[in-house]
Design a protein around this ligand. Sequence first.
Ligand code: AHR
Length: 656
Amino acid sequence: MNKYLLSLFAFVAVSALSSQTPAVFQVDVSRPGADISPFMWGIFFEDINMGADGGLYSELVKNRSFEFNAPLMGWKEVKKNAASGSILVENRQGENAANPRYIHVKARAGKGDFGLINEGFRGMGFKKDLAYEFSIWSKSATGKLVFHIEMLDAKGSVIGSTTLVPIDSKMWNKQTVSLQCNATEPKGSLRIWFAGNGSADLDMISLFPTDTWKKRSGGLRADLVQLLADMKPGFMRFPGGCIVEGHELSTRYQWKKTIGPVEERQVNINRWNAEFAHRPTPDYYQSFGLGFFEYFQLCADIGAEPLPILNCGMACQFNTSEVVPLDQLDPYVQDALDLIEFANGDTTTPGGKMRAQMGHPKPFNMKLLGVGNEQWGEQYVDRFTVFQKALKSRYPNILLVTSAGPAPEGEMFQYLSHKMDSLGADIIDEHYYQSPAWFLQNAGRYDKYDRNGPRIFAGEYAAQSDRVISTENRNNWRCALAEAAFMTGLERNADLVRMASYAPLMAHVDGWQWKPDMIWMDNLRSFGTPNYYVQKMYATNRGDRLLPVLYNNSAVTGQDSLYATASFEQAGNEVIIKIVNAAGVAKPAEMILNGALKANSTAKVTVMQSNDLASENSLDDPMHLVPVSQTASVKNGKISTTLPPYSFTIYRIKTK
Ligand code: AHR
């Protein structure tokens, strides 16, 4: 296009814009309304998409305890020359029911002749110049065995090594050695040569980086926790999700099996292992190295209220739908009571004592508890009623979160909403996996909700660019912008909607089952999607009290593709205005603030914008679409601005 035509187009565009009447938003600073829950914007964690093992939990060895159904899955024998060596899987059920299997290794070999390789979780991520902690449990070592431990790059070259001589003992012993890595490798592996002439029993073969979150030994991946911490989440829901329920009751999540020494935590098959025929993950198990203690500790670290969700005697209703008979529900209820004691009891109680032994004498001060995940039907109401009675009589101040089923509308949803209302439930957990259009159309969803019933938890939501469970779903700007628009409605109704979380939280690029997801990772890198940044913008700009914001005398719920909400933050005496322009054209706008403002001042502005609704972030371009900071001048209580096309903007204005 020639210069003349370009400037003509630019002139026409600017004239069109300036000829538009500005959209006027009236914000009444003098009339703060309902309080916004301090834990309004939180996170939903589930071990799906390799979120825990292979993800947040930084263990690099897959199947370290040989407890997968195929006991040597993830391991490969290497044998050369005339080396004689064998691996036998043995089972000591009577001695350690939670971790019965181990291997008996017999070798008559030189270094480089007989050994085992562990492939890691789609490889192992190694970092140059970082120390790694290798540990192993052994017993009954006979003869003279030396273990040569090697970190390998993708081509099989050694990039870190050390040796270890197993202790000669009839008892199980843990030994730890350090390895220094001399190259960065995203797809490495671990090799152990069994050199010498002898035998030994081995278990819990483990390798961790030392740069974990807070440098905790055997801890969590620091880059991923940092992304969570940066959001300043108000709460953290854990451990899911359908994983709470299990495919069948025997594989449900049982919190007591996830605490205490890691070598005594019973491995479970991950319920996402074979859930989707189009995304099978046969090597997906739960080691529970990230168990309930680590979860509470993480919440304390990042300042999030814990929100555990427990099984209520029901297996997943998309799978077996097994239920526990009502007269046999006691152990399930007891589990819930015991969890409260583990989290909050003083150290003279068995639960509190256990917590102290694990390193946290101070109570975690848990205030919220979910009963069941995505349950529905009369069978849920019956079971919830039993839990409610038992929990409320013992712990009346713990707020119970209850299911509304998997969909945000329809018969099943209506039934549960009414039932929970009549039972006086505290908080109902609504889930929406819907199209971007649905999110845009439903920004007014809660404006007309009954204020006398239970409070609402928007417990799982994400706009689906294609459809639920489609592998084509994208974490793009179209979806994130629609979520930002919908969330104005959550915040505007903060008297009713007390909590909200995007779902799922994390996914490994080589090990996912479900898309979209808020944070993506490989073995070394991670990034926040545009959806992540929208969540972060809300969570870090919450405000404590709602302020009325009107557009042509009405709440702003999508008229002219505009969405808005406003709040007041006491700490800095700031007014916070959030505006979404979901249209593909810029809009001149005015924000008129009535109230205690300085005559002239400067507003801090954070904008996320792209003309391309298909914009995404990626491992190679993690900051492609992120919020940017600007300023705007406030003159006599008014901001005159232009809202860019497809934009989400937050203004922070200091009051007197
Ligand atoms: O977030 C993925 C799944 O979606 C959750 O496990 C479940 O609660 C919902 O159906």
